[in-house]
Each structure stands twice: as C-alpha cells, then as structure tokens.
Design a protein around this ligand. Structure first.
Ligand SMILES: [Zn+2]
Ligand SMILES: [Zn+2]
Length: 374
C-alpha cells in the first residue's frame, strides 16, 4: 500500500471519533519518538515524522478534519474534492499536503526534492448575463511560458548537460537548525532543482521556458456567476526545466444587465404597469434570457412594490439541474399625459369615489385625524 493511502487516524493510532485532546497527545508521543533530532540519519523515522505531522495538521483543525472525513486524502490533493472544476477552497491545506506529504512520499525514495511545478495563471473574463445563462464556448489568447524547443526544457545548451549542484550535493535542499528543529529549505544555489547549468541555453537563458502566445478553447458552463473560477488543468506556466505545468484559472465576471438583476440563481426585474391594469388586473409579457416570453398574471388591485414570483424562470443551476426563480417587482405608473376625454372620465370616477376603494388611504387619514385630535 502506498504510504499516501494510510488513513490519518490510523497513522496517529486514534479512533475516528477521538476528541482534539486525544489526537494531540497521540501526535505528541509519535512526533517525539520519530523526531529527526532523536533519530539522525534514519529515513524511516523522518518519513514517519513527516506523515504524522501532516496527519495532525489536518486533524487538529475542525474544518480540515471535516473535509478529510468527507473526502479522504482527495480533499487535499490538486483541485480539491470532485476534481475537474475549481472552487474548492483548500488551497493552503493542499500546500501542506504537497510540502509535507509530497516530499515525504512523493519522491519515491529518491531523496531529491521534487522539481517545482509551473506557476498557476489567472485570466479574467468578462461575459454577458446571456452568456452566463446559456453557457459559452469561446477562445482566449494568453501568453504562456512553454518548454523551450531549443533545449527541450532542460535549460542547458544542446549538447551540454546540467551538473549536480555542489552546495546541496544534488539534493535540492539544505538543512538548517532553527531553534529546536532542523528545517529543510530549497537550496539557494540551484533553487531546489539539485542541478546547476554551466552553459545555459541562449533561447531561454537557462530557464527551459519561453513565453508563447497561445490560443485556448474555454467552455463556460451555464449558470456561472461573478466569482466562478474555471480551472484548465496543466494550462498554466510550464515548470522550470521540464517540471509539470501549473494550471490556468479563468475568473468569470458577469457584466450588469440592462433589465435583470441577479442574486445567485434568482433573476429580478422591475416592471412598470398602468394604473388601470393595477386596478383591473391583466397580464404582462416579460422576455426572458432563454428567448421565450413569460406571461405574468397581474391580480386586480395590485400595489406598487408587490413582488410576483415566477418559478423556474431564473438562472440555471451551475453544474446542477433546474433553474432558480424570477422575481417581478410591480411599479404602478400614474398617467401623466391624459386626453380631454380620459380626464373627463377620471373626474367622473372621482365623483363616484366613496373612500372604500382605497382602504389603506382611508385608514391612514382616519389615523391622522385621531392623532391630531388627541
Ligand atoms: Zn532553452
Ligand atoms: Zn543545490
């Protein structure tokens, strides 16, 4: 069984329902026993020490522990649970996993520090609400550093080779004492690669990478919102000297829309209606983002500010099923341009008013009278 599959609880020798204090004391015992200072030169102890430290790092933190209980080690590997899409905010634990677990087990016993990965890249993309609704396949052009063709990413002039670093003896890391502990740092001479290039490649100045404009196809899924990140795995910068590439993150920004406001999967809009429609009832047609027209029934006697909900007429659920709702806020518009005839009819209407037509106004003025009398 690969060491990375060992259960954190098993590593610490505690049960899954142990409390924080039990876990802490189990960790302390093991860490003391296997501490590199007490076992100089013993790789097995060192690996165990790193592994129990990694396990404790996760289990001591209730949030990380919950993530681990749910997803296992996958919670802390690249991309987080679910993989494939971005959004899992376990970045810092991922780093812990990489540095402690990765170096404890990832090297396959070779001893050399793992070559660094290329940097992750960020690309900000503005899209319309319509695109967020339907999803969109598009192409972007970005400058990405790629492996240099001349030296095939080695960084050394073709025909020459990198030699082992003198300072770290090719280990890529150096040890230094810090208080009680001996800590490892990437070697300052070879920057952790374990190799030094005597004759750097001219095209990439020994970096092994060159910047190239690259066109990339991007699929925006329906339902994205501002803040959604889309991860294109391995599309970031090439790693130094042939190391794996980083990832490219597309940060989505949805532009404001002229008609609809959006809150999650809910779309909201304010619809002016005539005062006759408000009084008598009727319907209004609202063009939706799906290209269809939703017909909304207006009940007789509706007031300004009243919100009507149209179920399933909102935004699609990102990577899910169904759609949110649409909220239509009614705004009753008082007529400002009346013909002579209309005016006459309204004056007739006023003669017929008893005050019972508008109970809220009547109630208000009654209350006012009482208050002023008092
Ligand atoms: Zn080169
Ligand atoms: Zn070195």
């Amino acid at each position: 069984m690969p060491a990375t599959d060992i259960d954190f609880y098993e590593l610490l020798g505690v049960s899954r329902d142990s409390d924080g204090a039990t876990i802490k004391s189990a960790y302390r015992k093991l860490a003391m026993k296997h501490h590199p200072d007490r076992n100089p030169g013993c790789t097995e102890s060192e690996n165990t020490f790193k592994a129990v430290s990694a396990a404790y790092e996760v289990l001591k933190d209730p949030q990380k522990r919950a993530a681990y209980d749910r997803f296992g080690h996958a919670a802390f590997q690249q991309g987080g649970p679910g993989g494939g899409h971005a959004g899992a905010d376990f970045g810092d634990i991922g780093d812990i996993f990489e540095t402690i677990f990765g170096s404890a087990f990832g090297g396959g016993g070779g001893g050399r520090a793992r070559a660094r990965r290329g940097a992750d890249l960020r690309y900000d993309m503005q899209i319309d609400l319509e695109d967020a609704f339907h999803g969109k396949s598009t192409e972007i052009e970005i400058e990405v550093s790629q492996n240099c063709d001349t030296c095939h990413g080695s960084g050394a002039t073709p025909g020459t080779h990198a030699r082992s670093c003198n300072l770290c003896g090719g280990q890529g890391k150096v040890r230094a004492k810090q208080g009680f502990f001996v800590v490892e740092r990437p070697c300052p001479n070879c920057h952790g690669s374990g190799e030094v290039i005597a004759s750097p490649c001219r095209d990439c100045r020994g970096e092994g990478r060159v910047d190239v404009a690259q066109k990339l196809a991007v699929d925006i899924p329906p339902g994205v919102d501002t803040g959604t990140r889309i991860r294109l795995s391995g599309k970031g910068e090439a790693g130094p000297r042939g190391a794996p590439s980083g990832d490219l993150y597309i940060f989505v920004h949805v532009k404001p829309h002229s008609i609809f406001q959006r809150e999650g999967t809910t779309l909201a809009t304010r619809v002016p209606i005539s005062f006759t429609k408000a009084a008598l009832g009727g319907s209004v047609d609202i063009p939706n983002l799906d290209g269809e027209t939703a017909t909304i029934e207006i009940p007789a006697g509706i007031q300004s500010g009243k919100q009507l909900r149209q179920r399933g007429a909102g935004m699609p659920v990102l990577q899910g099923r169904g759609r949110g709702d649409m909220i239509i806020e009614v705004a009753v518009e008082t007529p400002t341009r009346l013909s002579k005839e209309q005016r006459g009819l309204l004056e007739q209407f006023r003669e017929l008013e008893t005050g019972d037509e508008c109970p809220e106004s009547r109630g208000f003025f009654d209350k006012l009278k009482t208050a002023l009398r008092a």
